[in-house]
Design a protein around this ligand. Structure first.
Ligand code: AMP
Length: 114
């Protein structure tokens, strides 16, 4: 069996996290190095390495991640807006090879990103 990813270990409770939401398809927990007052990672339980590895069968799952982001943003009081980001690959600065959607908010965010 393939070795568990960091985020699978978090999902399985083997690594502690500040979990804010979970359901049958995904988990969401606070980023350990927050870039804003609210910085939450929404992670599918399925260990898809990156956006580049998505297939047509993941279509509903990706939609689900965004609906969860919206629900969590509301629960976190982000009524003035927020940002969702999938980093992908080397130039995208992805560091954990398990697909995850960043939900960032709680302050005005700059654009363009660095
Ligand atoms: P990325 O660079 O897009 O792959 O994002 C990975 C994110 O995971 C970074 O923002 C890290 O701060 C975060 N991270 C790494 N390890 C942990 C952990 N144990 N708990 C919570 N967040 C983590």
């Amino acid at each position: 069996m393939a070795e568990k990813t960091l985020f699978q270990k978090i999902a399985d409770g083997e690594i502690p996290s500040d979990m804010v939401y979970q359901d049958a398809h995904c988990i969401a927990f606070r980023d350990i190095q927050p870039q804003a007052p609210v910085h939450i990672l929404i992670v599918p339980r399925k260990p898809i390495p990156s956006l580049d590895d998505l297939t047509a069968e993941d279509q509903d799952l990706v939609g689900h991640l965004f609906l969860c982001a919206r629900q969590i943003a509301a629960a976190e009081g982000l009524s003035r807006g927020y940002r969702t980001v999938f980093n992908c690959g080397e130039h995208g600065q992805q560091t954990v090879p398990h697909l995850h959607l960043h939900l960032i908010g709680g302050r005005p965010l700059r654009w363009p990103p660095g």
